[in-house]
Design a protein around this ligand. Structure first.
Ligand code: SF4
Length: 351
């Protein structure tokens, strides 16, 4: 898969674009000014592999809280700001590593200049975030609705304001809850500029449906080489966003992260109780951060082939299974030994 060449920017010590790995982001859903809860949530996100975290900054207390939050976390922090340039200035002063603000919404050119000057002095990038739900009225009228062209024009207009001030340290996102619209707008934008792109299907919904919508939207673009950082927006615990993000990247071989468990869907040939075995294996392996593929296969039809391809695999037979490691048959085990054997093999695994 050939990735679109974009310019590289730095958010703290994490790079986005160019040859940087596609990073996985999330956003807290605590009150940002509640420093304890926000930092605790960010630590959970860090443990799950989150590489950049965004916090909402709707008021001055939230912007002020950034300083203390930053003392308690390791990953770069992005301040999400709408309209108010004073919040942007304070967030940067307090240590934000990136701010999300749309220059066209800040107000007078003097205010824009102040924000861009502060960002330039501190080498803080700005994310221009265009969202189908808040597209400018004039563009909706001009294009007779919220279209991909209208979204791209909005992003380009915000970009032009920055470029006129000599500011290029930018990442862009164009999000929509409508998946084809989001795909089309990002394709169009990526043909026109080499700014790095932050991808996401916005308001994707609960994890049950949101992960699927995001996988289609974000995954389609990534498969075309478009996209430099991703956020999977879900209504729920943001840690799920990180897991979903990595699964999407892993499925396209764009990142390695933790365990990849593959298992057959089961069918009438199954002679082992594979479904509860898989659930138990998944439960016992949560939090293990080794880059390994584990295959749990139901029978001898496709089982040995897949189990051989994985780092560790089992191909079940009648109330038993054959254990494979790195393509080699190791031994036959009883059905009741499968879970413990797999967990032990993973725990003992050394490259
Ligand atoms: Fe059915 Fe065997 Fe394939 Fe599983 S591996 S779906 S049990 S044929």
């Amino acid at each position: 898969m050939k990735r679109r060449k974009t310019r590289k920017i730095f958010v703290g010590n994490v790079s986005i674009g160019g040859d940087a790995p596609i990073s996985v982001q999330s956003m807290t859903n605590t009150k940002t000014e509640d420093v304890k809860s926000t930092a605790e949530q960010i630590k959970k996100l860090e443990d799950a592999g989150c590489e950049i975290v965004r916090v909402a900054v709707p008021k001055m207390e939230a912007a002020e809280a950034i300083e203390e939050i930053k003392r308690n976390i390791k990953i770069p922090l992005v301040a999400d700001i709408h309209f108010d340039y004073r919040l942007a200035l304070t967030a940067m002063e307090k240590g934000a590593d990136k701010i999300r603000i749309n220059p066209g919404n800040i107000g007078s050119r003097e205010r824009v200049k102040k924000v861009l000057r502060a960002a330039r002095e501190r080498q803080i990038p700005i994310r221009i975030g265009v969202n189908a739900g808040s597209l400018e009225k004039e563009l909706i009228q001009k294009y007779d609705g919220v279209t991909a062209e209208a979204l791209v024009e909005s992003a380009l207009t915000h970009l032009e304001i920055c470029e006129e001030e000599g500011f290029y340290n930018i990442v862009v996102s164009i999000k929509a809850s409508d998946v084809p619209l989001m795909i089309e707008a990002n394709r169009l934008f990526s043909e026109k500029t080499d700014y790095p792109l932050h991808l996401g299907v916005t308001e994707a919904g609960s994890p049950r449906v949101g992960i699927l919508r995001s996988a289609v939207g974000v995954g389609t673009l990534l498969a075309e080489g478009i996209g430099d950082t991703i956020r999977i927006s879900l209504t729920g615990d943001p840690v799920q966003e990180i897991n979903a993000g990595y699964e999407i990247l892993k499925s396209l071989h764009l990142r390695q992260h933790g365990l990849t468990i593959i298992s057959c869907p089961t069918c009438g040939r199954l002679q082992t109780n594979l479904i509860p075995i898989l659930e138990e294996v998944e439960r016992r392996l949560i939090g293990i951060n080794k880059s390994l593929t584990i295959a749990l296969m139901g029978c001898e039809v496709n089982g040995p082939g897949e189990a051989r391809e994985a780092d560790i695999g089992i191909a079940c037979g009648k109330s038993s299974a054959v254990l494979f490691k790195k393509g080699r048959v190791i031994r036959k085990i009883k059905e009741e030994e499968i879970v413990q054997t797999l967990v032990q093999e993973v725990e003992n695994w050394r490259k």
